[in-house]
Structures are given as structure tokens and as C-alpha cells.
Unconditional design. Structure first.
Length: 597
């Protein structure tokens, strides 16, 4: 029976028998000055490289990870991402050739402070040079070249692994097709930086640290390293997950042998994690890698961030977690906004989770972020065939009448070829799907519902997981040709603001909504004296309707006139007969479409 459940539960000091080694052919020049004469790289591979060498995914690990991302077989040691990587898993090693290397500066097989300096014949220790995330990626690039892989299908990683992914995209834009930073950011927040500073001080203040020269000592700085890890575990958890784990038995700590305080259940958990960590990690490596993490800085303002992302060429899939306060979601959105400003292909999902930063390593949320990752790489690996198949499927679907949104047909006809589309409240992306079948490829959806966002990603539709109020204000003026608000007007709170913003960010706006003055609605209200409900647009009870407003065609027309919104064209429909209504549309049409500017 496991003592505790955590992302570290099955980690061990042992190495997999499948570990491979590679030695850099030349000395490694470092970004902050200095060099390393000799660099050995520990790495593991999974699956088979196809003849075209086009199916390779590089997985980048976090601060205390290593090359052993997953089991190679049932008898192998547990990997740190077994829930994601393996045959028929979300990163399917029957399909992809997966590489994971231990990062520079680590103590898990790749050259780091606990390696021997050939020049002195002693451990590097505190003399190991200052390194950066860029240096780590440079070493990975040398490994990829050694394996004679010209271009990676993609790079993926969480936390510090996400930093490495971003570095790949910015430093080697020609080398990757897709980039998936998970629970990451352009740089660590000041609060996150503060935790790392305290952690390093805990290590260096240990009486056995001896300025980093402890390798030949009987006693190592185990207490300081354990305290650093205990502090780290606090940052990896959310308040919700802490309450779920420890509140029920707060005053009943687990029985473990430890010198640390264990009066409370959270205390015994942290003590266990700290002491277990010391078995497999090196104090100098923790200092080296955490410093490199803290130095990573893609920009604190939008202008700098946009400039640093300008040369990237890959598709992006950015994932954050709602309860992650160490790498908060707004930082992921900062990257998303800068990529959109640069007209890059990007999708984003903020996965609803109670697990905190550690969510990307835990089973409880893997169904969501796993599906997203799987869809992204599958579409990327077979993009042309996927689009052809998808468009054929869509055409067949339209032909047999399964798409019952008649307004989509007329909206589609209002959009010129080669237009850049913004679909606000895109739901599962069915309208964008229709536009893609027409050959309109430049489109972006905004959707608040997570399940709908995941469905869009499965279809290969670029989508941003966000509400409209906070999202629209971040887009540049006239960034799009057409912004669409289809059957969403009645559910938004600030109608004036949304319409003004959508006509600011686009040359034209298209708005469709159900006409609540339609005669069956009037008759039902008059005859029955109760909130109307019928099939089609109006199929909700008064208590569960998503609608917060009930506009009529006359209401919207008068609103546009009052707010100086120009109506260029209008169409009024009867969705049951699929006909345009010209005679008294406020009474006879059940939906309306307006082209505005």
C-alpha cells in the first residue's frame, strides 16, 4: 500500500537498463560565458523512427525529472509520465519515435555538478558553470543531430520542460513542427522566484553543504535539500488539493520515520517527500537547474514577448491548469496573445483542475490534457490527409442534412474567400468546419466551454479557451476580416461592449440570434401565460436557459441605430422551412442575421 499519492510516488534512484549515452563531439560554449570541455548526455528512446524520420517527438522534463519518461516494458522501472507515454497511450509509441534526454546540469546521467571535471580529476561541485535553458536545448539539439533527425514533429513538456519547448521554438524555428508547453510561462512570477530563492538558501545553509564541496564527505546536505523539496511540493499543490489530501485527517499524521516535524498530516507528507527526494537527487544540481529556470525570461511585457516569438514557425498548443498558481493561466495567455499578434497558429486550453501545478503529472486530469495532446500530434503528423478526410466527412454530413443550423449556410455565404475569421462562441467549431470545406483556412475560435474547446482541437480547429469579455480587448484593431457572433448574442452580458469590440477587431461583424418576437412565441406567452418553450432556438425552460436576454429583430435594429453601429445587410429566416422571410420578419422569422460594421 502506498504511503502517499504524489507525482514523486514511484520515482527511484535507480536507472533503467534502457538508458543510452551520447558524448558531444565538441566543447560546449555556454550562453552566459565559459564552456564545458566534455558533455555526456543520458537519454532514452521509445518506438521506431519511420523511414522519413518524420515521427519524432522530443519530451522535455521538469526540474527534477530525468530521461526515464515511461516504462519500456512491464518489467521496467516506473517512468515519470507513464500515464501519457507508451503503446496506445496519448503519446503513442506504436506511432511515434519518442526521445527524452536528461537535461544539462542534472545528476541523472547527463553532465552536471556531480560529474568529474576532466581538467581537475575532481567533481565539478560548486565550480560547475552557470547554465541556461538555452544551453540545455543546445545539448538536446546536438543529440537530435547525432540521431540524424532533421526536423522534430514536436516538442512537449511541463514546467521547466515547457521553457525548453519555448526555447526550441524560438532558437531553432526550422527544427520543429509543433510546440506544446504545458503549465509553463514566458518567465517565472516574482512569487515563484521567491520560493526558489528560499529553497536554494535552505540548501546552502545546511551545515554539511561545505560551499558545495561535499562529495567526499560522509554527511551530505540532506536536510537542506529535503527542505528545498518540501517547499517545492507546497508550490506544486493547490489549496483545493491540499484540503482534499490533508484536511480530513489534519491532526493524524502518517507513521513514518523522520527527523522532521510530523504533528500534522501535511507535515508527515512533506517530510516523506523531502527525505525520499534526497535518495535520488543532488543538492548542487538542484541549485544549478533552479537557477537556470529562474533566469529564463522571454519578456515581461507584450511588446518584448511578441518580438521574441516573431521568428517562430511551428504550430502551438498551449495548455494551462485553472488551479496552478505557480505558473498561473494568465501567463500562458500572454504567450497566446503574442502569437496571435504575430499571426501564428495557436490553440489554447485552460484545463479545469483542482490539482495545482502538478496536474500535468497526475492521473486525475490526464483525460483532458491527454486528448488535447493526442489530437494535436495526430493532426500534425498527418495534416493533409486529415484535412481531406475531414472536409469529405463534412460535405457528406451537410448533404445528408445532419447539420441543422440553417443560419450557418447564410453566414457562410456572407464571408468572402480568403477572409481571416474570428468565431466568437464557436462551440464545437461546426461553422468553422463549414468554412474550411469552402477553402477558408484562416480562422480562430473563442469558446468558454472546455468540452467544446477539446472537440475543436480534435478537429484541428484553432481555438482559444476564454470568455469573450476578457478576450476581445486583447486583439489588435482590424486583426480579422470578419468576426462572427452566431446564436450567442442572447447569452452575453455586455452586449454593447461585445459588439463594439468585435467591430473594432474586424472589418465586418456578423451577428445571428433567435428572434424572440416570432409569432409562436407571442402566441404561447399570450395563450398560456408562461415563459414560452418550443423546439429549435427556443428549447429551454425558463430556469435552465443559457439566454440572459430575449431580443427581437426590432430591438436589435433600434439598438444599432442608437449605438451608431452600421447595418450593411440583414437576413431573416424561418429555420423550419429553411426560407428567407421578407414579409414582416419581426413576426414571421424565427432567426435573424445582420452584417454590421
Amino acid at each position: 500500500m502506498k504511503v502517499f499519492t504524489s507525482s514523486d510516488e514511484d520515482r527511484t534512484y535507480q536507472y533503467s537498463q534502457y538508458l543510452k549515452k551520447f558524448k558531444l563531439p565538441l566543447k560546449l560554449n555556454l550562453e552566459r560565458g565559459g564552456f564545458l570541455d566534455e558533455v555526456n548526455v543520458a537519454y532514452e528512446t521509445y518506438g521506431e523512427l519511420n523511414p522519413q524520420k518524420s515521427n519524432c517527438i522530443l519530451i522535455c522534463h521538469a526540474i527534477t525529472g530525468d530521461s526515464h519518461v515511461a516504462k519500456h516494458n512491464p518489467e521496467d522501472l516506473p517512468g515519470w509520465w507513464d500515464i501519457m507515454v507508451g503503446p496506445e497511450k496519448y503519446i503513442d509509441t506504436n506511432k511515434y519515435f519518442v526521445i527524452c534526454s536528461n537535461i544539462l546540469g542534472s545528476c541523472r546521467g547527463t553532465t552536471g555538478p556531480n560529474s568529474i571535471n576532466k581538467q581537475t580529476g575532481k567533481f565539478y561541485g560548486p565550480d560547475f558553470p552557470l547554465i541556461t535553458v538555452g544551453d540545455m536545448v543546445n545539448v538536446q539539439k546536438n543529440l537530435i543531430d547525432h540521431l540524424k533527425i532533421d526536423k522534430l514533429l514536436g516538442v512537449i513538456g511541463g514546467s521547466l520542460g515547457g521553457f525548453q519547448c519555448i526555447e526550441w521554438a524560438t532558437k531553432y524555428p526550422e527544427k520543429i513542427l509543433g510546440c506544446v508547453p504545458i503549465a509553463s510561462s514566458p518567465r517565472l512570477t516574482t512569487q515563484g522566484l521567491a520560493f526558489d530563492v528560499v529553497a536554494r538558501n535552505a540548501i546552502t545553509s545546511d551545515p554539511n553543504f561545505n560551499y558545495g564541496n561535499y562529495y567526499n564527505q560522509e554527511k551530505k546536505p540532506d536536510i537542506g535539500l529535503a527542505l528545498a523539496r518540501m517547499l517545492g511540493h507546497i508550490t506544486y499543490l493547490s489549496p483545493e488539493s491540499m484540503n482534499e489530501k490533508f484536511e480530513i485527517d489534519r491532526n493524524n499524521p502518517r507513521e513514518i520515520s523522520t527527523s522532521f516535524e510530523k504533528k500534522f498530516s501535511i507535515g508527515s507528507y512533506l517530510a516523506y517527500q523531502g527525505e525520499k527526494f534526497v535518495e535520488r537527487f543532488d543538492a548542487n544540481s538542484y541549485i544549478t537547474i533552479s537557477t537556470a529556470l529562474d533566469l529564463f525570461d522571454l519578456g515581461s511585457d507584450k511588446k518584448t514577448l511578441s518580438k521574441n516569438l516573431l521568428k517562430t514557425k511551428c504550430d502551438w498548443m498551449i495548455i494551462s491548469f485553472s488551479s496552478d498558481w505557480l505558473y498561473p493561466s494568465f501567463q500562458s495567455l500572454n504567450i497566446v496573445e503574442s502569437l496571435i499578434d504575430n499571426s501564428k497558429n495557436v490553440s489554447y486550453c485552460n484545463v479545469e483542475s483542482k490539482a495545482g501545478h502538478d496536474a500535468f503529472l497526475l492521473q486525475q486530469d490526464v483525460a483532458e490534457y491527454g486528448q488535447i495532446t493526442q489530437s494535436f500530434f495526430d493532426l500534425l503528423s498527418n495534416e493533409k490527409n486529415t484535412i481531406i478526410t475531414k472536409n469529405k466527412d463534412l460535405d457528406d454530413k451537410i448533404k445528408i442534412g445532419l447539420d441543422n443550423r440553417i443560419d450557418f449556410q447564410y453566414i457562410s455565404e456572407l464571408i468572402p474567400d480568403n477572409a481571416k475569421i474570428l468565431d466568437l462562441g464557436c462551440e464545437e467549431g461546426n461553422l468553422i468546419d463549414r468554412l474550411i470545406s469552402r477553402g477558408i483556412s484562416s480562422s480562430l475560435g473563442v469558446e468558454i466551454d472546455q468540452a467544446n474547446v477539446i472537440e475543436c482541437i480534435k478537429k484541428g480547429i484553432k481555438v482559444i479557451h476564454s470568455d469573450l469579455d476578457s478576450r476581445l480587448e486583447k486583439f489588435e484593431d482590424k486583426k480579422f476580416d470578419v468576426a462572427i457572433l452566431s446564436q450567442t448574442l442572447q447569452s452575453i452580458k455586455n452586449v454593447e461592449r461585445i459588439l463594439k469590440e468585435m467591430t473594432r477587431v474586424s472589418k465586418f461583424g456578423i451577428v445571428s440570434f433567435p428572434n424572440f418576437a416570432h409569432h409562436p412565441m407571442r402566441e404561447m406567452f399570450y395563450n398560456e401565460g408562461r415563459a414560452p418553450k418550443s423546439s429549435g432556438w427556443y428549447g429551454y425552460n425558463w430556469y435552465d436557459t443559457p439566454n440572459v436576454r430575449f431580443p427581437s429583430i426590432v430591438d436589435f435594429t433600434e439598438f444599432c441605430k442608437e449605438k451608431n453601429i452600421k447595418i450593411i445587410k440583414s437576413l431573416f429566416l424561418n429555420s423550419k422551412t429553411s426560407k428567407i422571410i421578407e414579409n414582416n420578419p419581426n413576426l414571421n422569422a424565427d432567426s435573424a442575421i445582420f452584417l454590421i460594421s
